[in-house]
Design a protein around this ligand. Sequence first.
Ligand code: FES
Length: 571
Amino acid sequence: MKKLRSQEWFGRKDRDGFLYRSWMKNQGYPADLFDGRPVIGICNTFSELTPCNSHFREIADWVKRGVWEAGGFPLEFPVMSLGETILRPTAMMFRNLASMDVEECIRGYPMDGVVLLMGCDKTTPSLLMGAASCGLPTIGVSGGPMLSGKFQGHDLGSGTGLWQMSEKVRSGQMNEQEFFEAESCMHRSKGHCMTMGTASTMACMVEALGMSLPGNAAIPAVDARRYTLAQLSGRRIVQMVRDDLGIGRILTREAFFNAIRANAAIGGSTNAVIHLIALAGRIGVPLALDDMDRIGSHLPCLVDLQPSGTHLMEDFFYAGGLPVVLRELGEAGVLDRGALTVNGQSIWTNVAEAPCWNREVIRKFADPFKPNAGIAVLRGNLAPDGAIIKPSAASAHLLRHRGRAVVFSSIEDFRERINHESLDIDETCVMVLQNCGPRGYPGMAEVGNMPLPPKMLRKGVTDMVRVSDARMSGTAYGTVVLHASPEAAAGGPLAFARTGDIISLDVPNRSLRLEVDDATLAARKAQWSPPPLPKRGYKRLYVQHVLQADKGADMDFLAGRSGAAVDRDTH
Ligand code: FES
């Protein structure tokens, strides 16, 4: 085994070696731990303000067991934790900041390999992105989904159930007392959202990319097997260091293609698009927005899970989890079978024999839950650089639609006007939301799935076409066109849509058009001026440097990787 990088700190026989070891010994570590064994960083996103990750200290303890058993030296370190439900203005604004924290910690501290503890939505991409820019051997351990929500004798899914119930309250079908009773019933165990929202989707992406041991995505957070997997991951990362199996050998173009296919097959979140592109940008794999459509859109959704279907992650786990889905893809000839995974085996070796225990939850490729379920990329004069839609979560009758635009210039404008009975809107209209993209919000909040006007809900309307430069929660659903690029705040054409314009959406032909002539659009553009820059701090840095959604909304200066070398000593 080659000399490990941790020895550049701990292996020195000089004043600085004393410095590096002696202060560490204040924690009680004996001298032989600094003898050249693999030092494993455990990158922990534990926080009581990130409820989805609140059990991560326990998971870290199980990872440590595995590292000790395999002869490594585990050292846990905290990084910025992004609590999706609580952090304002939106956790997405801090994904890139957290990734910088992760990257600089991995590079700056003496570790030879790293275990990423990830759960809530943005904690997964931020850790993967930071680790990718360093290149060390890396293994992912997800925190696992919560147990299924249960309310009034039925399953109640994270997010999805909330969107459904709040529409019922707004239309008068549910009273407020029942609504608030559901609060304690939806989230009743530790873990992340148990629908196929962004957290579960990203956990599946980790597994499909080959970045975790098989089965990682679906084991419930409170199932003992979650701790077993953590322990085995601890053992495995030590061997990965010995084998010099860096993250760059796992995150190949083939691995990303497998992830895109898996995202279609699980009916995964639209957020995966933006995170996969950003991650590919860090590792140096060319991946374009159109690859999402080309590789995934024709594939079926095999998994009947909310928000596209009815079941929840617990059911998915009992049915066999992601290995079954990957096996179906492999047998259908749409998996890059040779892609290497962190256990040193190909992805196909890992899943070829995966048994399915419930065909209601995971369907066969030949008898899918929904056809053509991957992300579709739309283009046209309303989104020259692309916009996306998740057809599996949309209404079939709206996938081709032409309607009058009702434009909201900001989320505040939307909230101010949407409940007014006088709002001139009907079910044929197209709701448009501007200035909610990466720069505009800032942080590209999950507000693209605008709630419908109450008068439409009372009429029994359950879906309308919505268009924005925002994102949408992975737990949401509807005929919702998202990520329009360039965004309105960057002078994209979305900024020039006006109430009364006609918008045509044609998903089968991948088109999104504003039926307004070029001269009129140019005249509107001449009247436009960009929003002022935030005055100071991270928000200013973010707005100045964030890339557009079609490029993954990373910072322009973060694309690429710099490896793990640091050319200067501390003293
Ligand atoms: Fe944390 Fe959904 S809010 S995973």
